[in-house]
Design a protein around this ligand. Structure first.
Ligand SMILES: [Zn+2]
Length: 452
């Protein structure tokens, strides 16, 4: 990687003075970058995406001051592979960050993001950015490769208010000329235990909960949830969203207060969503239905238009190339996403299809191809296909595979073609990387429900 970085520096210095894509009254900012990832945040539970509850007044204001993507798709339905895709602009089958932990004969291992991969933080660091990441996630710790490019990576910080304190204190101490900050809030992740002042939606007589210890039993039907239980769980989740929304508002206000407000590109997104029995399950990680992979994506900044809703397809792997494009920097040659700026500035679609993946417990994959109208989910274990007409059936209730055999065959062949190309990239460039983990880490992962 270090050799690649050296080559990249020379390459970038040679070309970054040019502005190859855009001209006219569009001005390129050279400012700061703040990426806020809210774990488990479903797009359809935010006011700006049309939700019935006022869960997100602060995020709605950001959306109103910038662009909001209505069809943004995450590459994976759980944190580790999804954030790896965000940082590396690679699909899961290429970066190979696949599982929480596995037992070997003598000890447990967890997959690791390979040092060979170039990340957004590494590119920005080369270009003089102060880089830091703050959050709570166990999956994103240094030993799993997620510190690459960050001057500082602090996980295990707990709730959003403590994360904010760490962010502001870092900025005040460091006073960087330009920074890249990645913040990963975990408040909306199960078990959804909002503080008292965020229990405003919970009028239900239920104490049911979703935890790492019970979500598999809920999915299997061993634990049965009533309608009242589900309403209570959703109300608690919405309260957590309201809490994290307030903290995002406070953070942005504090950034303004210390002089970083006007020249900071703000990106708000999620690593995946969460299920509340729409397809018979809860939590996340287990399917590729929209409640898990359709995520919010909102951008605001000096060069981003205001009050714009974009329905063109976007993916998590596009975020890194888009940020680099805005900063007039080149992505690494292995990055697979596309800059969304043509879509933002000129309404030009950058994808006619996007892809998501989920590795099954038995080692096989679920993979999905999605166009604006259709989604095909293929189970590579059972060889079963599910086809949904997203325009007529956005809840993905009715499998129309048999009614539309030609669409199924066409999307299936595109999915296979895409997969062949992805596999060819891996064989040339990457192997699966893993690291030994201690018993405490393994037990913690287990308690959160992660095994595969
Ligand atoms: Zn997550």
């Amino acid at each position: 990687m270090k050799l690649r970085i050296t080559v990249l520096v020379i390459f970038v210095i040679a070309i970054c003075k040019q502005n190859p894509l855009y001209s006219g009254d569009y001005t390129m900012p050279k400012g700061n970058v703040l990426v806020i990832c809210v774990d488990s945040l479903r797009a359809d539970h935010l006011g700006c995406y049309g939700y019935k509850r006022d869960t997100s007044p602060c995020i709605d204001t950001v959306a109103n001051d910038g662009v909001l993507f209505t069809n943004a798709i995450s590459q994976a339905p759980w944190t580790k592979p999804s954030v790896a895709s965000l940082f590396t602009s690679m699909y899961m089958s290429v970066h190979n960050v696949l599982y929480g932990f596995r037992d070997t004969k003598n000890y447990a291992i967890s997959c690791r993001m390979s040092n060979d991969i170039v990340t957004l933080a590494e590119i920005l660091k080369i270009h003089g950015y102060a880089t830091a990441a703050f959050g709570q996630k166990l999956h994103l710790r240094k030993e799993f490769g997620f510190k690459q490019g960050f001057d500082l990576l602090k996980m295990g910080l707990g709730r959003s208010s403590r994360i904010n304190n760490n962010v502001i204190s870092w900025l005040q101490k460091r006073r960087p000329d330009k920074f890249f900050l990645y913040i990963h809030y975990d408040d909306a992740h199960f078990p959804y235990t909002p503080q008292d002042n965020f229990k405003m939606y919970d009028v239900y007589k239920s104490n049911a909960n979703v935890t790492g210890a019970n979500f598999k039993s809920i999915r299997s039907g061993e634990i049965k949830l009533s309608g009242e239980d589900i309403n209570h769980i959703v109300a608690s989740y919405d309260g957590e969203i309201k809490c994290v929304d307030e903290k995002i508002g406070l953070l942005l206000k504090q950034l303004d207060g210390i002089g970083y407000g006007n020249n900071t590109l703000v990106v708000i997104l999620a690593d995946h969503g969460d299920e509340f029995m729409e397809h018979g399950g809860v939590a996340h990680g287990h399917t590729l239905f929209d409640e898990l992979i359709r995520v919010p994506l909102i951008m605001k900044g000096p060069s981003i238009p205001k009050k714009l809703q974009i329905s063109g397809l976007a993916q998590s792997i596009d975020v890194t190339p888009t940020i680099l494009d805005i900063l007039d920097l080149q992505p690494d040659k292995e990055m697979e996403g596309r800059s969304l700026m043509p879509l933002i500035l000129r309404g030009e679609d950058v994808h006619d299809a996007v892809y998501s993946e989920r590795k099954n417990y038995n080692g096989e994959f679920l993979r999905a191809i999605r166009t604006k109208k259709w989604k095909l989910i293929r189970d590579f274990d059972t060889k079963q296909d599910l086809l949904f007409d997203l325009e007529k059936d956005p809840g993905e209730i009715t499998n129309v595979r048999d009614r539309f055999p030609k669409v199924t065959a066409d999307l299936g062949s595109r999915l296979s073609g895409w997969l062949d190309r992805e596999h060819a990239r891996v064989s040339e460039t990457r192997f699966e990387d893993a690291v030994r983990i201690d018993e405490a880490t393994k037990e913690r992962l287990k308690s959160l429900g992660y095994a595969n």
